[in-house]
Design a protein around this ligand. Structure first.
Ligand SMILES: [Zn+2]
Length: 262
């Protein structure tokens, strides 16, 4: 085995620990606080936490997600070390991988895209977007492309979000008229608007394709989900309006454009 492979293996494992840590504490405390057991909320000693030990108070083992993130991040780091993305180079690739993983894990577990992660994304997005376009444009020109992409991504999703809010309000009124209590379902989370802006900063005007891929993929998965419900006769008209967490689908679209597309 090539010894230099130890570099992505070690850094990938450490990055996995960081992704797990941020995903564990940020949704709960909104800051870099001391980690606690997911089951009994007892504080974790740092070394025990970083060694992925079981909780000493209640004996609950660490979550499946924790292990999945460790293995997948290490694998992804190794892969992109061996086959680096031409667009980003190795360091930015690793940073974007970490960022995408944190957003995805928190969105899947909490259906939330947090403002602190969006803010960090703005900084990372500007760097990534400017770097990508600097091969074709001047520094100022590439910064402009990045900003333009951010504006397009934010703008498109902002309009869709407004449209979704209108539909949700109309539906709530219909439900009230029918004597049912209205619910607070949103077809599209507000955090997705910020995420689209951040991905736009990274991709520039190509964000349009990433959003299109994301919406198509999200729609396709929802369609399969509804068909599955229909087949099991569990379908109700409410299933149509259940929240679709578009975040992870946008991430997949952006991932494809940044790392896979030649
Ligand atoms: Zn515990």
């Amino acid at each position: 085995m090539n010894v230099t492979l130890l570099i992505p293996l070690v850094f990938g494992w450490i990055a996995g620990l960081f992704i797990n840590y941020v995903s564990d504490v940020l949704p709960l405390t909104r800051r870099f606080s001391q980690p606690v057991c997911a089951h009994c909320q007892a504080p974790f000693a740092w070394t025990a936490y970083l060694m992925l030990r079981t909780c000493q108070t209640c004996g609950t083992a660490r979550s499946l997600r924790t292990w999945l993130v460790q293995v997948l991040t290490t694998a992804a780091f190794t892969y992109f070390w061996l086959f680096p993305s031409e667009r980003l180079g190795i360091p930015l690739t690793m940073l974007v991988l970490i960022y995408f993983s944190i957003i995805t894990v928190i969105d899947l577990e909490h259906r939330l895209i947090l403002h602190p992660t969006s803010l960090a994304g703005v900084a990372l997005g500007l760097i990534v977007g400017t770097f990508i376009y600097s091969k074709k444009y001047t520094l100022l020109g590439s910064l402009g492309q990045s900003l333009l992409g951010g504006l397009i991504g934010f703008g498109i999703m902002f309009l869709l979000y407004q449209l979704g809010t209108l539909v949700a309000r109309y539906r709530a009124r219909r439900m009230q008229a029918a004597g049912q209590a209205g619910d607070e379902e949103e077809a599209l989370g507000g955090g997705d608007v910020y995420l689209a802006g951040v991905l736009g900063l990274m991709l520039g005007p190509a964000i349009v394709s990433a959003l299109a891929y994301g919406i198509l993929l999200g729609g396709l998965v929802s369609f399969i989900f509804i068909v599955a419900l229909l087949l099991r006769r569990r379908y109700s008209s409410d299933a149509l309006m259940t929240f679709i967490p578009y975040g992870p689908y946008f991430i997949i679209g952006a991932f494809y454009l940044l790392f896979i597309l030649k």
